[in-house]
Design a protein around this ligand. Structure first.
Ligand SMILES: *[C@@H]1O[C@H](CO)[C@@H](O)[C@H](O)[C@H]1NC(C)=O
Ligand SMILES: *[C@@H]1O[C@H](CO)[C@@H](O)[C@H](O)[C@H]1NC(C)=O
Ligand SMILES: *[C@@H]1O[C@H](CO)[C@@H](O)[C@H](O)[C@H]1NC(C)=O
Length: 235
């Protein structure tokens, strides 16, 4: 998390230096399918022409215009430009809404505000499997230790972590979002509660480790299924 914040801070700083003097960039996070408002904090805009520009890297394309004096709003149906504040609301967010948004207010002095919008999908649910390789080395009858691996579909800024109680004991990330995230855990006998957490800046999902369910080696589970099938001749 800290690394991500630092990177964003650096990006803001660099863009700030390259952009207009005094233009600071506000970082805003949105969730796919939801609505977000880029709040200007302005009030009572009167007779000012207002427009928003957008681009994935630089805000080059005009997307919404409002001439308050003539009261002519132009925008596509997913956008709403508030006449009093100039704030822009975007509905039904998709990842193609990622990028830089810039507000321009034309008055005696041109006023600009810049926003960097990042859209996240809610993180997927992680799941836990026994780790089969190391399992075959251990005696399947001994239960004092077990190896599991937690897995989640990767995505933008997704972190996968193991917690023992409240304490984070391991974590992994991969900037290549095509690569599934895996995180192994060696569990020792005891009363500790282990949970695997997948999170991104807008959401998180947790699964608790159950020794009975997740430490069962595949062979034992198959035996169990075979046994149950045998006992139910109808199947
Ligand atoms: C806005 O413009 C109209 C017509 O140009 C003028 O009558 C009105 O006084 C202006 N309002 C302000 C607050 O400047
Ligand atoms: C943390 O996970 C890595 C694999 O991502 C593993 O090699 C390492 O042993 C784990 N550390 C602990 C303390 O479990
Ligand atoms: C991830 O997958 C997409 C679509 O399959 C592909 O276009 C992209 O190049 C891949 N990215 C990496 C880093 O491999």
């Amino acid at each position: 998390m800290l690394a991500i914040d630092l990177i964003q801070l650096c990006i803001c700083f660099i863009l700030g230096v390259l952009g207009d003097v005094g233009t600071e960039i506000k970082t805003v996070r949105g969730i796919e399918g939801q609505t977000i408002t880029l709040n200007t904090g302005l009030t009572g805009l009167q007779n000012d022409s207002i427009y928003w520009t957008y681009g994935p890297v630089r805000a080059q394309t005009r997307i919404a215009t409002l001439n308050v004096g003539r009261n002519i709003p132009e925008y596509n149906e997913r956008l709403n430009l508030d006449a009093q504040s100039g704030s822009l609301t975007i509905r039904s967010l998709t990842t193609s809404d990622n990028g830089i948004y810039e507000l321009t207010v034309l008055r005696e002095q041109v006023l600009k505000q810049t926003f960097k919008l990042t859209i996240y999908a809610p993180v997927s649910a992680p799941y836990i499997r026994p780790q089969t390789q190391s399992r075959s080395l251990a005696s399947p009858l001994k239960q004092e230790s077990c190896s599991v691996v937690c897995t989640v579909k990767n995505g933008r800024d997704v972190t996968l972590s193991w917690y023992r109680g409240e304490e984070r004991i391991n974590q992994t990330i991969n900037p290549d979002t095509n690569k599934t995230l895996f995180l192994p855990l060696e569990v020792n006998e005891g009363n500790d509660i282990y949970s695997c957490v997948a999170n991104n800046p807008v959401s998180d999902q947790t699964i608790k480790l159950s020794i009975e369910e997740h430490c069962q080696p595949d062979s034992a589970r198959e035996l169990h299924i075979a046994y149950c099938t045998l006992m139910q001749p109808g199947l």
